[in-house]
Write a protein that binds this ligand. Structure first.
Ligand code: KIV
Ligand code: ZN
Length: 391
């Protein structure tokens, strides 16, 4: 796959890294539903699973590969010949198959996990990437824990992968350790120093251990990466991965500051969020950017008053642009008179000035006692007032 200078390839790994999140396993049918929606949304690459992990994973990747109409379907494989062969078997049904193979490059992983020398790992990279390239034309190679790998060795590893035929090079922040400046700089250095770097697409893959996954992904793009790996709702190992909805909307809303575009239909983001949340039984935190229940809710009087006058006072994107039905002015103790009057109108009440003042005072008393004031509470409050002749 080639990418133009301003087009960002969105690589969704909800079904692989996302599913690795403790407790987030999905059934075969749920995976097919998620993959179908991702394809419809315009995601460029769907990482459908880790075929060697289990027969169930293999079957899911193979079926997603058969059914996906537009997106590239990738499977993950360790740098082990049997993994790569199994992955090749699963993705070969796809219109556009990709094998994604990875190996650790950092000293800590080489010493304690792999127990291999740097030279041995370089040989493994050459052999396994070449094997994958014999099976499919589209091969992604990842240097696991790239951000804790000395730059000289990282450049040698990337060079070995490119020479062996990798078409996408992913440099993950596996443990969510990098800062945005460091992450950007790593891409700048590798792209400057490695022969053939201009022939491949560089990719970001950020974990959220320090809450920097989305910022780091965008910093990677500033450093020349043109693919971003992410998941719906940011699910993934430990604190999760960069959230797809945050990346897509940051690039859409701040195109003035970051002149890149994606092919994702943002009006399907809320639907995707709800589907993944239901499939994994993972609730979406209320204040989650873009898709959280409160992302377009306003409670304070000042904010509600502003929103009633002009939506851009406190919203930088419309709820419709992410597929959410509408802004909600939540009635609570911070709400002001303007929002209360608006709510009464929406509920079908028109009160005179004195009655409105009275109802507002009662509402504030109630809101002090109750965490949530529902429409039914307001209706009961006004109906009581009318019944007692105080309207
Ligand atoms: O976080 C990571 O390094 C990964 C690789 C397998 C790409 O998920
Ligand atoms: Zn990961």
């Amino acid at each position: 796959m080639t990418a133009s200078t301003d087009r960002i390839v969105i690589f969704d790994t909800t079904l692989r890294d996302g599913e690795q999140c403790p407790g987030a396993t999905m059934t075969f049918e749920e995976k097919l539903d998620v993959a179908h929606l991702l394809d419809r949304m315009g995601v460029d690459v769907i990482e459908a699973g880790f075929p060697i992990a289990s027969n169930g994973d293999f079957e899911a990747v193979a079926e997603i590969a058969r059914r996906t109409e537009t997106a590239i379907v990738a499977g993950l494989a360790r740098a082990i010949p049997a993994d790569i062969a199994r992955c090749g078997e699963a993705v070969r049904f796809a219109r556009r198959p990709r094998i994604h193979t990875f190996v650790s490059t950092s000293p800590i992983h080489l010493a304690h996990q792999m127990r291999k020398t740097e030279e041995q790992v370089l040989e493994i990279i050459s052999g396994t990437v070449a094997q994958a390239r014999n099976l499919v034309d589209d091969v992604e190679w990842s240097g696991m824990d790239a951000t804790r790998t000395p730059i000289d060795y990282l450049c040698r590893a990337v060079e070995a992968a490119i020479r062996a035929g990798a078409t996408t090079i992913n440099l993950p922040d596996t443990v969510g350790y990098a800062t945005p400046d460091e992450y950007r700089n790593m891409f700048v250095q590798v792209r400057e120093r490695v022969p053939g770097a201009d022939k491949v697409i560089f990719s970001t893959h950020c974990h959220d251990d320090l809450g920097l996954a989305a910022a780091n992904s965008l910093a990677g793009v500033a450093g020349g990466a043109r693919q971003i790996e992410c998941t719906i709702n940011g699910i993934g190992e430990r604190a999760g991965n960069a959230a797809l909805e945050e990346i897509v909307m940051a690039l859409k809303v701040r195109r003035d500051a970051m002149p890149y575009e994606t092919g994702v239909d943002s009006t399907l983001l809320t639907r995707a969020s709800r589907l993944v949340s239901a499939a994994t039984s993972f609730p979406v935190q209320y204040n989650k950017a873009i898709v959280g229940k409160n992302a377009f809710a306003h409670e304070s009087g000042i904010h509600q008053d502003g929103m009633l006058k002009h939506s851009e006072t406190y919203e930088i994107m419309t709820p419709a642009s992410v597929g959410m039905s509408k802004t909600s002015l939540v009635m609570g103790k911070h709400s002001g008179r303007a929002a209360f009057k608006d709510k009464l109108k929406a509920l079908g009440y028109e009160l005179g000035e004195n009655a409105l003042q009275d109802a507002f005072a009662r509402f504030k008393d109630l809101a002090d006692r109750k965490k949530h004031v529902y429409d039914e509470d307001i209706e009961a409050l006004v109906d009581n007032q009318i019944a007692s002749g105080n309207d």
